[in-house]
Design a protein. Structure first.
Length: 118
């Protein structure tokens, strides 16, 4: 399991075409990609299971805790991106609730665009 950042502070200001916004790049894929949004209510859980493909979980709102194959949980919050390899066991839980975008593809390489969270 790796935890990356995609929050505003690591983004790049875009001014091309008279634009004025900040973009935090996440991934680029060549292969089929599934993208979904998950809404976990208070005390919600995505149960412990194996990833069917490489998976990137982007925390958009709220906070929670994630774990990989060890029993150690890591706190995550809006702006964090959690990456699990194919077949890696993992779990996500929250006491307050969280909203996340999930990206699943055989062609994910988040380290190409994002920095690891320290």
């Amino acid at each position: 399991m790796e935890i990356y950042r995609f929050d505003k502070e690591i983004g790049k200001k875009i001014t091309k075409f008279d634009s004025d916004f900040i973009m935090s790049r996440i991934v680029r894929t060549e292969k089929a990609t599934h993208i979904g949004c998950m809404y976990l209510e208070a005390n919600g859980i995505i149960g412990y299971h194996q990833a069917v493909s490489p998976q990137l979980l982007l925390i958009m709102a709220g906070e929670g805790a994630v774990r990989g194959e060890s029993d150690d949980y890591h706190k995550v919050q809006a702006g964090d991106a959690v990456f699990w390899e194919k077949d890696e066991w993992h779990e996500t839980k929250t006491s307050e609730g969280l909203t996340a975008i999930v990206i699943e593809s055989e062609d994910l390489s988040p380290s190409a665009f994002m920095t690891l969270k320290k």
